[in-house]
Write a new protein. Structure first.
Length: 421
């Protein structure tokens, strides 16, 4: 069936709503044809990854759209930026990069996007409702929106996300459609102790393994006895969307579209069933560490961006302690969350510890790390997965407590007892 456009779609395409809307609509229509969509559908919100400065091409695209008078027509949040506008001078960010990244930020704000500057829009007031159609960029946020909230978004790449926000229209394909949201792969947790399932460190590891096993598939997880909290689910999403291309998963009995196994698969049979054992999880956890020995240069937390609850958990661990002078200690978050943490008195212990906070961006999206940072410790599977390739650092993956202890001692310290190793 060829693509059918509404009168409004045709008006956008013919330039009746201005040159920016015409350009955005022509891109949406072209993508719809590539995907074989029969129609477009309305979205109720967007989350834009395109505002991240990645070179002259992304800046040029942003400023061209802005100069054509682009305006978003749905509530639109912004993913991380290419620079911490206030704190970049404390790090190795080149001034030229900072200036161009700032210009790109301004261009998107000028289009009417909210300056959320975060990869966790769902924790900063841009949480869609279950069933809502949205167009989100940023892999962890996409997985969270689909799997935890039950909203519906495809995995929007940069540039297409802003075109969706400007037109309010997207191709009716993929995860926007109920029939495409059924699980395809069954993962059965078979011998994972409840104590481990309840621990924060379990979720990034499960996510890392899930991503590797699922690839582009839609896994359903059976056998989870714990009731994971929002931050645990956040780390699960980030990890699964890093080691794999998971845009939607179902935790049977927990996530909205999976009250039962049958519901997760929409009555179909799994294409594949895999028993996930403790040994497989241990192996996945080992993979997240690339460094050998105890040398340590930096601890990086906050991927995805740290939440207020995570600041609350961190603060008592820092109390009365001080980082080793040779180990930098960084938390990445967004400006709104940092303001809330400040108000709650949760940043002062971090400052006294000798830690730093980087706002609105992260170590993977701004060139902030000095070359002397060679070994990085983190409790984030996403940082651990990408840092060796993107930052050329070696990584140690460890629990939050171990990250703090290691920063104090100046060398890697890990308590492996929960994992039985
Ligand atoms: Fe967010 Fe950067 Fe991690 S964008 S998900 S903190 S890699």
């Amino acid at each position: 069936m060829p693509l059918t456009l509404t009168d409004h779609d045709r008006a956008l395409l013919s330039g009746e709503h201005g040159p920016a809307a015409r350009m955005a609509m022509s891109i949406i229509v072209r993508m719809a044809e590539v995907f074989g969509a029969e129609r477009l559908l309305n979205i109720q919100g967007a989350h834009i990854d395109s505002a991240l400065y990645m070179g002259d091409a992304t800046l040029e695209f942003a400023e061209r759209l802005a100069s054509l008078g682009a305006r978003v027509v749905v509530p639109t949040s912004l993913n991380v930026s290419g620079v911490d506008e206030r704190g970049w001078r404390e790090w190795a960010v080149p001034p030229d990069w900072a200036e161009k990244a700032r210009r790109q930020m301004a261009a998107y704000q000028g289009m009417g996007c909210a300056p959320t500057w975060t990869c966790t829009p769902y924790q900063t007031g841009f949480k869609p409702r279950p069933g809502q159609q949205i167009a989100w960029g940023e892999s962890n946020a996409i997985a969270f929106a689909n799997s935890v909230i039950g909203a519906r978004t495809e995995r929007y790449p940069d540039l297409l996300d802003i075109c969706a926000a400007i037109t309010g229209r997207v191709p009716a394909v993929g995860l926007h459609l109920k029939e495409n949201r059924a699980a395809t792969l069954l993962l059965r947790l078979v011998d994972v102790p409840h104590e481990l399932q309840a621990d924060d460190s379990f979720y990034p590891v499960l996510g890392h393994l899930m991503g590797k096993l699922a690839g582009e598939g839609k896994p359903a997880v059976l056998g989870l006895q714990a009731a994971p909290g929002e931050d645990q689910l956040k780390t699960l999403c980030a990890a699964a969307a890093s080691s794999g291309s998971v845009g939607l998963f179902h935790l049977v009995g927990i996530t909205p579209e999976a009250p039962t196994l049958q519901a997760a698969f929409q009555g179909r049979e799994p294409e594949q069933t895999i028993d996930v054992t403790l040994d497989m999880l241990r192996a996945a956890r080992r993979e997240l560490t690339s460094a050998a020995g105890q040398a340590l240069d930096m601890v990086a937390l906050g991927c995805p961006h740290f939440s207020l609850a995570e600041f609350r958990r961190l603060a008592p661990l820092l109390q009365g302690r001080r980082r080793h002078p040779q180990v930098r200690f960084l938390v990445t978050t967004n400006r709104a969350m940092a303001a809330r943490a400040e108000q709650a008195g949760l940043l002062e212990p971090l400052r006294r510890f000798g830690g730093q906070v980087t706002l609105d961006t992260c170590i993977l999206t701004t060139p902030m790390l000095p070359p002397e940072v060679k070994v990085l410790m983190t409790h984030s599977a996403k940082y651990a997965y990408y840092a060796p390739g993107l930052l050329s650092t070696q990584v140690v993956f460890g629990e939050l407590e171990d990250c703090v202890r290691s920063a104090v001692e100046g060398r890697v310290m890990r308590d492996e007892s929960l994992w039985g190793t």
